[in-house]
Design a protein. Sequence first.
Length: 55
Amino acid sequence: MVERVIADAGKHSLSDVLVTGGDANLLISLGLSGVHRPDLVLSGLRAIHAEDASE
């Protein structure tokens, strides 16, 4: 899984990749740009929505 994502990222212009499961922390720790965990993305969207609602 990890090798496949890295190889694909090198061949294509990927702006964002959502990763899950056991490989998620490993991929994020490699410092690849555009690699995100869905739970972190969702919590960020919730924070933005809550901020907009309070204005």
